[in-house]
Design a protein around this ligand. Structure first.
Ligand code: ADP
Ligand code: MG
Length: 385
């Protein structure tokens, strides 16, 4: 789960990491007032669930409160496109107004879960800032990586080694050691998948500060943090994804015209591949998971139909834990409720499969049964052709 920069900075600050003075604003008038409070000269930062804002015009230094207000009006009025958002861009609903800091040097610092080693991994570079992706690609030797042993945790000597590798000396080096240890503590206590400070800066007056912050919570630990869902900014999510999330379904939007309902990520991948083989293009796929109920299947089906690109639906379900007649009932219920006349192909297998097929064929829906995955894919492509 993502949160905004200003929320991430609040968390880091609570763990003793210095951040610039700032205020989050929801309207351009609030931006103006916040800019006044910062002394006029300040940095206006669009809050979206993506980075690369500097390059996309979402982070700008302004010199007067009026200038901040003008810029805010422009940002609130449109979707911000950055190298990380895709061509659609993301709508700006919140703006962080921050004191303008005189920066001497920019570093990169992050801790993330490395799935391969099942450990937290600390990544640091003396060449931080907006070009970090290029540094990683062109000069990987400038990126320092440390795999953290979960039993010993991050030790101060390891943090010091990183601080020295960044070229820091004296008291700034010691500040950096403390900051790295605090970052690790925040990462553990908040169950993060990623905490990233890019750039971590040394100011012209010689202080360390987190100038940007990104936190991604580990969704698996959500049950331990009841406050996390309240931190979500729904304006940054696809509405269908939000609905799917409510029913614990995973929905992924794609570019074609066939809506796909599957159970399990592996089956989803196979379904997309086989559809492609027969010349079909998936509009989305919705994974209903293992033990879905009739209600859940019905919701899933309705979410798929809400996608305007969907011209036909392909259901590919292996009823191991799920019973096929239950799936069929869910589909019939949902299709009836939204008066669906679109072509539907259902391929299912598992317990009570004959009962399921029977129910569907007697339902009056525009439905065909796929005998196997290939046959089902071919049918839906033909029905749309
Ligand atoms: P993004 O990573 O999305 O481009 P950042 O928050 O990192 O956004 O901002 C981009 C750049 O703007 C930073 O690398 C830094 O150089 C500069 N910057 C950001 N915030 C401030 C600030 N408060 N004062 C001065 N410069 C800033
Ligand atoms: Mg940044």
């Amino acid at each position: 789960m993502n949160i905004h920069e200003y929320q991430a900075k609040e968390i880091l600050s609570a763990f003793g990491i210095p951040v610039p003075r700032g205020r989050v604003a929801l309207t351009s008038d609030q931006v103006e007032r916040a800019a006044k409070e910062m002394g006029g000269r300040c940095v206006v930062k669009a809050q979206i669930y993506a980075g690369g804002r500097g390059k996309g015009g979402g982070v700008k230094l302004v010199h007067h409160p009026e200038q901040a207000q003008e810029l805010a009006k422009e940002l609130f009025g449109r979707k911000l496109v950055t190298p990380q958002t895709g061509p659609e861009g993301l709508r700006v609903r919140r703006i962080l107004v921050e004191e303008a800091v005189e920066i001497a040097r920019e570093f990169y610092l992050s801790i993330t879960l490395d799935r391969e080693s099942s450990r937290y991994c600390l990544i640091a570079s003396a060449e931080g800032g907006v070009e970090i992706e290029e540094v990683a690609q062109k000069s990987p030797e400038k990126i320092h990586v440390l795999s953290i042993d979960p039993f010993t945790g991050l030790r101060p000597y390891q943090a010091r080694k990183i601080a020295l590798a960044l070229g820091l000396k004296g008291s700034v080096c010691e500040d950096c050691v403390e900051l790295i240890l605090n970052l690790y503590r925040a990462c553990l206590e908040k169950d993060c998948f990623l905490v990233e400070i890019n750039p971590l800066v040394v100011t012209k007056t010689g202080w360390l500060m987190a100038m940007d912050a990104k936190i991604n919570f580990d969704d698996n630990a959500m049950f331990r943090h009841r406050e996390y869902p309240d931190m979500l900014d729904y304006s940054q999510l696809d509405t269908l994804e939000i609905n799917a999330g409510k029913y614990d379904l995973s929905y992924i939007k794609l570019q074609g015209n066939i809506g796909c309902m599957v159970n399990g990520a592996g089956l989803a991948m196979a379904t997309l591949d086989v559809l492609h083989e027969f010349g079909g293009e998936p509009a989305n796929f919705l994974d209903v998971g293992g033990g879905a109920t009739r209600e859940k299947v019905a919701e899933a089906f309705k979410i798929i139909l809400q996608d305007g690109d969907v011209k036909g639906v392909f259901v590919n379900i292996f009823g191991g834990i799920m019973r096929c007649d239950v799936i069929a009932q869910g589909i019939i219920e949902a299709a009836g409720e939204v008066h669906c006349t679109l072509p539907i192909v259902v391929r299912m297998d598992g317990s009570k499969v004959e009962e399921g097929k029977q129910l569907l064929l007697e339902s009056g829906l525009n439905v065909q049964i796929g005998e196997n995955l290939g046959d089902g894919a071919e049918r839906i492509v033909k029905m749309l052709g």
